[in-house]
Design a protein around this ligand. Structure first.
Ligand SMILES: Cc1ncc(COP(=O)(O)O)c(C=O)c1O
Length: 365
């Protein structure tokens, strides 16, 4: 049996919606884009959602709009996709890192060191599991810092009943094709209750336009194409149902993998945390051997992430970072392995992955 790591969904209805937008709407800044924004804001429970061309763009433009610029530091976790910090290193922001909570792989609020140049904390809701927002916000409040969520893996997730994207001052989403919802290509969204930030992101994504021919900011071309927004509107309607299915898959994995080998499983949902399992990532000291075994069995796996951001070659070069700086993050990055996860995964596929893993630990080929 072959089991893929992820399976992005693209239905005839979505293709037809994109074609309809291409035939009948403005190709950029069309009606579907504005409707998608309204609907996404409603899903998150915020006043404003502003679409952009990627998750990286969402982080970059929201930080700029929130007044963070060259020389300002933003604290985040290094156990993330490199875009989390690339987004602001690109304009001269300084990446600051705190280690993560081992069981959750999200930033440990107790590890956040506040420095003079620190302007914001950016928790990453890694794998779709919300970070510990109350504790993070308490640190932020004490030192007058902004909280910008990297919710690029957490569409629809909840913390204490509130959606990701509505948990800090600003939320940033990616619609890259493997995410829990996508737009049939690259895309992103900024969510906020702050009218000024929303206005400025709208301006920055649209070449810094004040009016059609007047520009009063150095902006970018970072709009979401109308046809992509049309796809996103349909995906958004499916999101909660898909997330329920992902949680059901995770629950079955939790059962079949419980007590197998040295595996550490993801944290379970509880009253405070409603994760959306963008990725179902387990940990083992025997990762490489397990991956090879699963590969031979036709089960695709991934590593999120093999190299923490601070140890990426460019970050070592730019900042002189080296091993030992974030011990938990660095160890986890050697142990994590991501198993197949998509809403329509069948019981047979889950059982097959479980049996293949059990077979590995039992020493059977
Ligand atoms: C945690 C995280 N942050 C940022 C990004 C960047 O998003 P994009 O690839 O849409 O630029 C991603 C997605 O790939 C991500 O997973």
């Amino acid at each position: 049996m072959k089991v893929p790591l992820a399976r992005p969904i693209m239905t005839e209805e979505m293709i037809e919606a994109a074609a309809d937008a291409l035939r009948n709407e403005r190709l950029t800044m069309g009606e579907s884009m504005f409707k998608f924004e309204e609907e996404f804001a409603a899903m998150c429970g915020v006043k404003h959602a502003v679409s952009v061309s990627s998750g990286t763009g969402a982080i970059q433009l929201s930080l700029l709009a929130a007044g963070i610029g060259r020389g300002d530091a933003v604290m985040t976790s290094s156990m993330s996709f490199v875009a989390t910090t690339n987004a602001y290193v690109a304009f001269g922001g300084r990446p600051a890192f705190a280690d993560v909570i081992e069981a959750e792989c999200t930033i440990d609020p107790a590890e956040i060191a506040v420095t003079q140049d620190l302007k914001a904390i950016m928790p990453v809701h890694l794998y779709g599991h919300p970070a510990r927002m109350d504790d993070i916000k308490a640190v932020a409040k004490e030192s007058d810092l902004l909280v910008i969520e990297d919710a690029c893996q957490a569409h629809g997730a909840k913390y204490k009943g509130r959606r990701a994207g509505a948990l800090g001052d600003v939320g940033c989403f990616s619609f890259y094709p493997t995410k829990n919802m996508h737009v049939g290509g690259d895309g992103g969204m900024v969510t906020t209750d702050d009218e000024e930030v929303a206005e400025l992101v709208r301006k920055l994504r649209h070449c810094g336009r004040k009016s059609q021919y007047e520009h009063d900011a150095i902006g970018y071309t970072a709009r979401l194409n109308t046809a992509n927004a049309a796809v996103g509107r349909i995906q958004l309607r499916m999101l909660d149902g898909w997330n329920d299915k992902r949680r059901a898959v995770a629950k079955r994995y939790d059962t079949v993998l419980d007590g197998v080998g040295d595996l550490a499983l993801p944290p379970r949902p509880d009253a405070d945390f409603l994760p959306v399992y963008h990725l179902y990532t387990v940990r083992t000291a025997r990762r490489e051997a397990l991956r090879a075994h699963l590969d031979a069995a036709g089960v695709q796996t991934g590593v999120h992430y093999e190299i923490p951001i601070h140890l990426q070659p460019i970050y070592r070069t730019m900042y002189g970072y080296s091993e030992g700086m974030l011990p938990i993050t660095e160890r986890l990055c050697k142990e994590v392995v991501t198993l197949p996860m998509f809403p329509d995964m069948t019981d047979e596929q889950i059982a097959y992955v479980g049996e293949s893993i059990a077979g590995f630990f039992a020493g059977a080929e």
